[in-house]
Design a protein around this ligand. Structure first.
Ligand SMILES: [Zn+2]
Length: 460
């Protein structure tokens, strides 16, 4: 029996340029049937959200849900001590810790209006977490391997295959699909990058990789100099610089195509833009992470036309709040270019919805409120003092609202967050026991808190 539900609000934003006042979305099971002006249907058959904006579910194209438990654990140090700090603390976490951490992050996404993610996971736990909470998108299994003296390429790929089998089984029957993520040019060596590119083509898997994020990364690839190059030399790893930009190098390794998502692009150049356009690749723009870690401001004009917005992990930007990310993205572009016209509220709402869907190659399914699309949407209250008055929906969402104003999130027709359920934030996830997850998270937190710095670091 098909279940039909009507969701009503003062404003329905079907896409950034179309706001309907006093309108309704009709869903049937997991799909949007109709978006229409308010009807005479009574409240017994309608969920009326009142003074709120109903909009497409947000798409966070770059997260690491696994790392949510480390939010705030390593702060105010430069990029490489920061990454090392995370790696070292990761070693003390158990599989249950990782699951609690990832589930906490997935719940934060749902509470912030996010219905779709592109997540890079070293443990695979993010797949379980996203499926449990009800998110869609791509779960990229991460892999590392810079040291030729470590695992062979064959061993790395066999391990990757086993991990992908697990993720594939979890994703089956959900709006999630698996992908692969060789972490970065400085943590995966050339022959492994080439082998992963071939592997992804053979198995029709999307690829995600951090690229052109920091100056030391670009110095390494360009001429074998800088902080990362020195770190590799200290570890006696003989890494031959290809003398290229990162994007040229990844192209050379065969990694680039229309199923490839590159993350950051702060150091992207005009010559990289030609490769971006030719290959059809997409970029994840993570402005808060880039700023907080002192890496800079990505030149959006050099990243082509397929750009989605990402928060990166809760370790990089502390919250998975895509509203804050949208606001910051606009401010940073304007400040950097000293120009208002650089980017506006509609542009960034588009990037955080249909842009993200395009980046993850699921445009036909989500990103707009239209008949036939998956019922992925969220309702944002305009009742808080700081959200009134609200003359324009996009401006209010970007410049006044935050994730804390989200009232309701639906993913594939399933309510995954509902602020009306109760005053306790942990009870707002239908069917989930977030109190139990919180208790499990505390085990991870105490292990991270009690972690002691090793006398000599392997990563250095
Ligand atoms: Zn990342």
């Amino acid at each position: 029996m098909a279940e039909t539900v009507v969701w009503r609000a003062d404003v329905v934003l079907t896409e950034p340029n179309t706001q309907l006042f006093d309108a309704e979305i009709v869903t049937q099971n997991s799909v949007i049937q109709e978006v229409r002006p308010r009807t005479a249907l009574g409240n017994d058959t309608v969920r009326d959200l009142g003074r709120a904006i109903l909009m497409p579910g947000l798409v966070n194209v770059h997260t690491h849900l696994d790392y949510t438990a480390m939010r705030g654990a390593v702060e105010d140090v430069s990029f490489f001590p920061w990454i090392r700090g995370l790696t070292e603390r990761s070693a003390v976490l158990t599989p249950d810790d990782w699951l609690a951490s990832a589930t906490w992050g997935a719940a934060e996404c749902a509470a912030g209006g996010v219905t779709t993610i592109g997540d890079c996971t070293p443990t695979g736990r993010a797949a379980e977490a996203a499926a449990t909470v009800g998110l869609g998108g791509v779960i990229y299994q991460e892999l590392f391997g810079i040291d030729p003296g470590g695992q062979t390429v064959t061993e790395s790929l066999s391990e990757l295959q086993l991990k992908l089998n697990k993720i594939g089984a979890i994703c089956s029957g959900t709006p999630l699909r698996p992908g692969v993520s060789p972490h970065s040019p400085y943590t995966v060596r050339r022959e492994l990058l080439q082998a992963v590119a071939q592997f992804a083509r053979t198995h029709d898997l999307p690829i995600c990789i951090h690229a052109a994020e920091s100056l030391p990364e670009c110095q390494l690839v360009r001429n074998g100099e800088g902080e990362i190059a020195e770190s590799l030399r200290r570890r006696s790893i003989n890494w031959k610089p290809p003398g290229l930009t990162t994007v040229q190098y990844l192209d050379d390794c065969g990694l680039l195509g229309d199923s490839t998502l590159l993350v950051h692009g702060v150091q992207s150049s005009a010559s990289d833009l030609l490769i971006t356009q030719r290959s059809g690749l997409a970029w994840a723009h993570c402005p808060r992470s880039n700023a907080k870690l002192g890496n800079g401001v990505a030149p959006l004009g050099l990243l082509g036309s397929r750009i989605g917005l990402g928060t990166d992990s809760a370790v990089s930007s502390n919250t998975l709040d895509l509203f804050e990310e949208m606001r910051f993205a606009v401010y940073m572009q304007r400040a950097n270019r000293r120009q208002i016209e650089t980017m506006g509220a509609r542009d960034i709402v588009s990037m955080a919805t249909q842009g993200g869907a395009s980046v993850l190659n699921i445009s036909g399914r989500t990103g707009r409120l239209e008949p036939g699309s998956s019922a992925d949407f969220c309702a944002i209250s305009l009742n808080s003092i700081s959200c009134q008055p609200a003359y324009d929906a996009c401006s209010a969402l970007v410049y006044s609202c935050s994730a804390r104003d989200v009232l309701l999130t639906l993913s594939g027709g399933r309510v995954i967050y509902d602020a009306a359920i109760g005053s306790d934030p942990m009870e707002r996830y239908p069917g989930l026991n977030m109190r139990k997850t919180y208790e499990a998270l505390q085990n991870a937190v105490s292990r991270i808190r009690n972690w002691k710095s090793p006398k000599t670091s392997k990563a250095d």
